[in-house]
Design a protein around this ligand. Structure first.
Ligand code: FES
Ligand SMILES: [Fe+2]
Length: 347
């Protein structure tokens, strides 16, 4: 049985998903309903009517209030019940909990844990995905596997060569050693793989127009538990950034994931790809969206299988780890610590 860390911020939705329709989504085993008020404020409430538990996400909005679809209990945006049928007095305990919510960088973040500990300053930033200097494509896939499996998958990109051969995988990914850096204080893990003379996978050949051999850098920055960023630099062989940090010969692609536990055995797999070139080229957008989704679904298929393998295996099975797993092992250590810390604060 796995657990998600409490007292953490998680991406619950893309901002664009939250509107004047009620959206139900389970985050870390907690069913939550999302909507936007008439003035545009995003709201997150527990998705369970206090009366007979009917999901508020299956109900309807009336102005800024939710009218329960079963017997009509009506809640305002703070979760306070303002109307019950058949009597004037609304019971004092008639309220559903609200969730601290922050919209930032095109995402809706919710705090899972003790409300008073929620500090928006701790939400990691990902500015590219809401920056007009970049064009972003994105998606959300259901994953029938525990979130740790997706973390493992993303921390070790050598699997690209095998699982995504022909898409983003080339022999150099698996053959090039990585460097791993762990920032214990800020709880960030960096894994870098710089390929100075590599085959250009179709994913980048089609989108950038570069042909032949390329320089390909992959710099991972993982902010456990939820936000994973892959800074990807593609350039002609021999090209390096200028001393002042500018990088005119290179193409930059920011690949991000929000890894949000749904239940102990399922995950919301949010993926987003921002680029700083061909900004208005719809063909490039369509190509990147389609190819990246294909790659994500290759991972989803593999991880769904792994979840079944893990569920059927006897206790005490021992994995074998090698150099490529350094980043993934650091991530596991941080996640374990976060789970323990979250539980300690709660009890
Ligand atoms: S279950 Fe919501 S009003 Fe009865
Ligand atoms: Fe993958």
């Amino acid at each position: 049985m796995t657990t998600a860390a409490r007292n953490q911020w998680y991406v619950a939705a893309y901002s664009a998903e939250v509107g004047r329709e009620l959206l139900g989504r389970t985050i870390c085993d907690e069913p939550i309903v999302f909507y936007r008020t008439e003035s545009g404020e995003a709201v997150a409430l527990a998705d369970r009517c206090v009366h007979r538990r009917y999901p508020l996400s299956e109900s309807r909005l009336d102005g800024d209030t939710i009218v329960c679809g079963y017997h009509g209990f009506t809640y305002d945006k703070s979760g306070t019940c303002v109307f019950v049928p058949g009597q004037k007095r609304v019971p004092r305990t008639a309220r559903v909990p609200g969730y601290p919510l922050v919209e930032q960088d095109s995402f809706v973040w919710v705090w899972i844990g003790d409300r008073e500990l929620a500090d928006p300053a701790r939400i990691p930033r990902a500015p590219w995905f809401a920056d007009p200097a970049y064009t972003t494509v994105r998606g959300l896939e259901p994953l029938a596997a525990r979130y740790e499996l997706l973390v493992d998958n993303l921390m070790d990109l050598s699997h690209e060569t095998y699982l995504h051969g022909g898409y983003i995988g080339t022999p150099e990914v698996a053959n090039t050693p990585i460097t791993t850096e762990v920032d214990e204080e800020n709880e960030v893990i960096y894994v870098s793989r710089h390929m100075d003379d590599a085959e250009c996978p179709s994913f980048y050949a089609e989108s950038t127009g570069l042909r032949g051999r390329i320089t390909r850098w992959q710099d991972i920055e993982y902010h456990p538990p939820c936000l994973y960023l892959l800074h990807s630099r593609i350039a002609p062989v021999g090209s390096v950034p200028e001393p002042d940090g500018s990088d005119p010969d290179a193409f930059h692609v920011e690949v991000g994931y929000a890894i949000t536990p749904e239940t102990a055995h399922s995950t919301h797999d949010f993926w987003f790809v921002a680029r700083d070139f061909a900004l208005d080229d719809q063909n490039v957008s369509d190509f990147l969206a389609k190819s990246n989704r294909t790659v994500v679904l290759q991972d989803v298929t593999a991880l769904d299988i792994l979840e079944q393998v893990i569920q059927r295996e006897p206790d005490g099975y021992q994995e074998l780890s090698i150099n490529i797993d350094t980043g993934g092992l650091a991530a596991r250590r941080f996640l374990k610590r976060m789970v323990e810390r979250g539980t300690a604060v709660r009890t």
